[in-house]
Design a protein around this ligand. Structure first.
Ligand code: PEP
Ligand code: MG
Length: 758
């Protein structure tokens, strides 16, 4: 399906319509007022790229770039966008788009009605990933030719420099990220903004609302410091109203084009939302949150007296804030500027003022980036900064969301940081209170340590909550969440970044180099987590991913690599590689990193476990005695035969639900055509999970989970009930998962106590 109306979409259609499109469909179906529209699907984009024959040229440009070279990244982005904008769109797709647009015009009773055209990116393996603010939005597009032109621009915006950077940083494969385009009747807003249905920094149950004059773009892009309101959701009490000086707004000129204009002098400091409007918004926020069952980040608009919701998505960055951060700034110098705390934590460093995108290169690791407003283009430089300060913008603008996701302390909306702060002077910022202090904090070490642990909830759970780590660079951030260890260290990425196929090291007689490459990278993770346990997973190398590595030419071309030569079955065919891995871990143990355990992937028979252990013993590293030795349960056969594995001897088990789901349901996890049949919650998958957990518990073997299901709170709740011993999640899900685990554990205790009283 290339074009679909909102009415025919719901929240499970992320793979088709992207997060934005699926949510607009869901809201429409739930009866929440949303301006009407349709989605040009991710499949339409794929169809266009295939028919135009440009996939290979785009991917080869991407293969070559160094994302930290800002200028080279921008040049590559321009080249790719040009290829896309200059390629023809298949005629049948053009006809579909015209037909749906004309039908929309008829529905709203306007010729060439104004629409907003918004990008909605989606990742094939991880449709729920957030790509907020990285692709373009175009407002006031009218007429079918223009609509088609801007849809193509949206497709091109999948390759904006900031989007390429974000995907590389977060390990998304470019070829597996698609873009859907939302075409929606424009709301000609008099006032608009965003609403978080809980406080995004603390999770507190208040509606946090930001609003400004005109179209919502002013707030979302950070062009304006909006009014900030807080409403207690329990009793609709308005607990905070901060009115700011709103200098600019987006409005329509006589041609219906949106333009940025100055707010009339008498309106600049006028309050945007009345008490009644705040309550109406809060009520709508409660309805949306109840409908989705989780806190939401929404965009709203008032057109005359009518309230519309333009967008809703789950809040991706909810974390708990340690109360100690409150006191960390008490011994600091004078306050130089004040703003809004956009991303909690403390940071010290040298001020670098960036007034133009060309100046991004001057930000070096650890600097404090000070700029007029934070925009998504700045993400590569933000990543290097230890803290961010802006003149404008609100706590809910996209760049603020990104700084929270990157875990970098940030103060926005200071009004005058770029003119007040001095280039190269030392400052310390408190991203919770929204303050910038003079000087580098005496207690910098301590302050930074606090900044690193902002995501760490002061919640103690018996069930351990661990992190999945793929890139050594991500280890520190993962460790700073306070995670109880690494429940899955994927080796594949480590090899992919080395660029050389492990088989080539062996063929060239360079075993020692292979051992060092593995050991050096694993050490970074083991160091960040020491003494917490890190489970190193031996190589699970699918042939299609390793083919591109130097020396990968000989990889077999398999019909279905997911069912092919990967995991422990492959390693037992290539024992030289497996032995190098064991030697690398042994070497690290000898250096004192005794926190590293070994885990084998994708086993289908206990015989494989026996053989792997024998190879480990052969290099003088005794499983169970010298090193913890465990396995993943990813194939139904392993779940069914778990007793036999336990008899062979095993220290721990980890459920790989990504594979367990695909093999139980016969649904290729990489195939979008069957994506809707993929569900970890299918009763058959859940039965295998429950059985494995219970059998392990009976035998006293630790059982964990490291598949994506371990990052989904409502599934985690069930796993705790089954008696799982640890859960390993994505870094950004850890705070949420920890809360869920704590709640589930308390429920078990409470239920037991109530039973005793009966
Ligand atoms: C899994 O299969 O659930 C898993 C964690 O392994 P991967 O996603 O690397 O296949
Ligand atoms: Mg797997």
């Amino acid at each position: 399906m290339y074009v679909v109306k909102f009415e025919d979409l719901n929240k499970s259609d992320i793979g088709i319509a992207g997060g934005k499109g699926a949510n607009l469909g869901e809201l429409t179906q739930a009866g929440i007022p949303v301006p009407p529209g349709f989605v040009v699907t991710a499949q339409a984009y794929e169809y266009f790229m295939d028919e135009a024959g440009i996939n290979d040229s785009v991917m080869s440009i991407l293969d070559e770039i160094d994302i930290n070279d800002t200028k080279a990244l921008q040049a590559a982005s321009e080249e790719i966008k040009k290829i896309i904008v200059e390629s023809p769109i298949p005629e049948d797709l053009v006809l579909f788009i015209r037909e749906y647009y004309n039908e929309l015009c008829q529905r709203v009773g306007e010729d060439d009605t104004d629409v907003a055209i918004r990008s909605s990116a989606t990742a094939e393996d991880l449709p729920e990933a957030s790509f907020a603010g990285q692709q373009d939005t175009f407002l006031h597009v009218s007429g079918d030719d223009e609509v088609i032109e801007y849809i193509r621009k949206c497709w091109a915006s999948l390759f904006e420099a900031r989007a390429i950077f974000y995907r590389e940083e977060n390990n998304f494969e470019h070829s597996k990220v698609y873009i859907a385009v939302v075409v929606q009747k424009m709301a000609n807003a008099d006032k608009a903004g965003v609403m978080f249905t809980v406080n995004p920094s603390t999770g507190e149950e208040i509606a946090l609302i930001e609003g400004s004059w005109g179209l919502g773009e002013a707030v979302v892009s950070g062009d304006v410091t909006p009014d900030n309101y807080q409403v207690d959701k329990k009793n609709n009490e308005i607990i905070n109203v901060t009115i700011s000086d709103k200098k600019v707004m987006y409005t329509n000129d006589e041609n219906g084009t949106s333009v940025k204009v100055d707010v009339p002098e008498n309106q600049r400091k006028e309050r945007v939302l009345s008490d009644d409007e705040l309550i109406e918004l809060t009520e709508m926020g409660k309805t949306v949150q109840a409908h989705y069952g989780e806190p939401m980040d929404t965009e709203w608009a008032f057109e005359k007296d009518m309230l519309f919701l333009l967008q809703a998505r789950p809040i991706t960055t909810l974390g708990d804030v340690e109360e100690e951060t409150q006191d960390a700034s008490s011994d600091l110098g004078d306050v130089l500027v004040r703003g809004l705390g956009a991303s909690p934590g403390m940071a010290s460093g040298k001020v670098k003022i960036v007034l133009d995108i060309d100046e991004l290169d001057k930000i070096k690791d650890g600097d404090i980036m000070v700029t007029t407003m934070t925009t998504p283009d700045m993400v590569p430089a933000m990543r290097r900064a230890s803290g961010i300060v802006t003149d404008e913008g609100g706590v809910t603008c996209h760049a603020s969301i990104i700084s929270r996701e990157l875990g970098i302390p940030c103060v926005v909306g200071t009004g005058d940081a770029t003119t007040t702060l001095e280039e190269n002077s030392g400052v310390t910022l408190d991203g919770k209170k929204g303050l910038v202090f003079e000087g580098i904090s005496e207690t910098k070490e301590e302050a930074v340590a606090v900044a690193g642990t902002v995501e760490a909830a002061p919640i103690i759970t018996v069930t351990e909550v661990k992190a999945n780590v793929s890139m050594p660079e991500a280890a520190e951030k993962a460790a700073a969440t306070g995670a109880d260890g690494v429940g899955l260290l994927r080796t594949e990425h480590l090899m992919l970044t080395s660029g050389i196929h492990p088989g080539k090291f062996i063929a060239d007689g360079k075993e020692d180099e292979l051992i060092d490459t593995i050991a050096d990278n694993v050490q970074i993770v083991a160091d960040a987590f020491y003494p917490r346990p890190v489970w190193y997973r031996t190589l699970d190398a699918p042939t299609d991913e390793f083919i591109t590595l130097e020396g990968g030419e000989n990889e077999p071309r398999e019909h279905n690599p997911m069912l092919g030569w990967r995991g422990i079955r492959r390693e037992l065919d290539q024992p030289e590689i497996l032995k190098c891995e064991f030697k690398a871990i042994k070497k690290l143990h000898e250096k004192g990193y005794t926190n590293i355990g070994i885990m084998i992937p994708l086993s289908q028979s206990p015989e494989e476990l026996k053989q792997a252990k024998a190879l480990c013993s052969e290099i003088g590293f005794e499983p169970h005695k010298d090193v913890d030795f465990g396995m993943m349960v990813e194939i139904p056969a392993a779940a069914i035969m778990i007793d036999e594995y336990i008899k062979v001897g095993i220290d721990f088990v980890s459920l790989g639900t990504n594979d367990l789901t695909q093999y139980t349901l016969a649904v290729d996890r990489n195939n979008e055509f069957v994506a809707k049949h993929y569900s970890e919650e299918h009763p058959a998958v859940m039965k295998l999970i429950e059985r494995t957990i219970r059998k392990c518990a009976e035998a006293g073997v630790k059982c964990s989970i490291c598949g994506q299901a371990g990052s989904v709170p409502h599934i985690v709740e069930k796993l705790v009930e089954f008696g799982i011993s640890s859960v390993s999640s994505n870094t950004d899900a850890i705070a949420d998962v920890r809360k869920t685990v704590a709640r589930a554990e308390q429920k078990i205790i409470l239920d037991a106590a109530r039973k005793r009283l009966e």
